[in-house]
Design a binder for this molecule. Structure first.
Ligand code: ATP
Length: 234
């Protein structure tokens, strides 16, 4: 479904990705793991068109997408939920969710129906629908951010550190929900520092270090500690 081949991405003179190659197959959850600064967020930003690679290719559904605008990449079905749960603080939860559907030409009736589907996945948001974004807890904001991403009906959902800063019980709930979203038919590329919990729900995993992949395997093999030197104590 998605294939990165030899991607190089820079911030000015700083080379953040060097020869980054990975693949996500339809139906999978793929975990992209690695320490701070390994290049995980840069990989997602390059896929979603926010950064333009200096070298290499990105293919999605058999088509090159590395020269497309971020808007066109969204229209092709790739949705990026960035780190730090970027929801609109001055809008209500309902407004934030509905904004997720603006890239698609659908009727208000359909929006309402799809909103209901999102609330089936995140029932915790139902009592919060009229509350403003800023007033939500970290976990609630993360649910709202992912829910907004789902309103775009992505083929591929890319999540950047969804567990960051959440309490352990909420983290566990978040990973279960990601698994549920995947079982409902959405392919997921999951960037995480939380190696154990993401590998527990992923099909396959990649480990990035200094802008390239240094290990990749079935999630269960990675989890069994074959590459524990790269995963550290996470
Ligand atoms: P983190 O979990 O800390 O976000 P990461 O694996 O996602 O880590 P990236 O954020 O992709 O790593 O960073 C990869 C490299 O690019 C690092 O060396 C980082 O310092 C550098 N970098 C990231 N963003 C910028 C920027 N806006 N300007 C300059 N250098 C940057």
């Amino acid at each position: 479904m998605l294939r990165l081949n030899g991607i190089e991405t820079r911030y000015g003179k700083i080379v953040a990705l060097r020869n980054m190659s990975l693949e996500v197959r339809e139906g999978e959850i793929v975990a992209l793991l690695g320490m701070n600064g390994a290049g995980k967020s840069t990989t997602l930003k390059t896929i979603s068109g926010l950064l333009r690679p200096k070298a290499g290719t990105i293919e999605f559904m058999g088509q090159p997408v590395d020269q497309l605008s971020p808007e066109e990449i969204v229209r092709r079905g790739i949705i990026h939920v960035p780190e730090g749960r970027k929801i609109f603080p001055g809008l209500t939860v309902k407004e934030n969710l509905i904004l997720g559907a603006t890239s698609r030409k659908i009727s208000m009736t359909q929006v309402k129906q799809e909103l209901q589907e999102i609330l089936d996945i995140f029932p915790e948001l139902i009592p919060l629908l009229d509350q403003l974004g800023w007033s939500l807890s970290g976990g609630q904001q993360q649910m709202c951010a992912i829910g907004r991403g789902l309103m775009a009906k992505p083929k591929l959902l890319m999540l950047d550190e969804p567990s960051l800063g959440l309490a352990p019980l909420i983290v566990q709930n978040m990973f279960h929900t990601i698994q549920k979203i995947n079982r409902n038919g959405t392919t997921v590329l999951l960037v995480e520092q939380n190696a154990r919990q993401s590998l527990a729900i992923a099909h396959r995993g990649y480990v990035a270090e200094a802008g390239k992949i240094v290990a990749s395997d079935e999630a269960s093999n990675l989890l069994n500690g074959i590459h524990h030197a790269y995963l550290g104590a996470a």
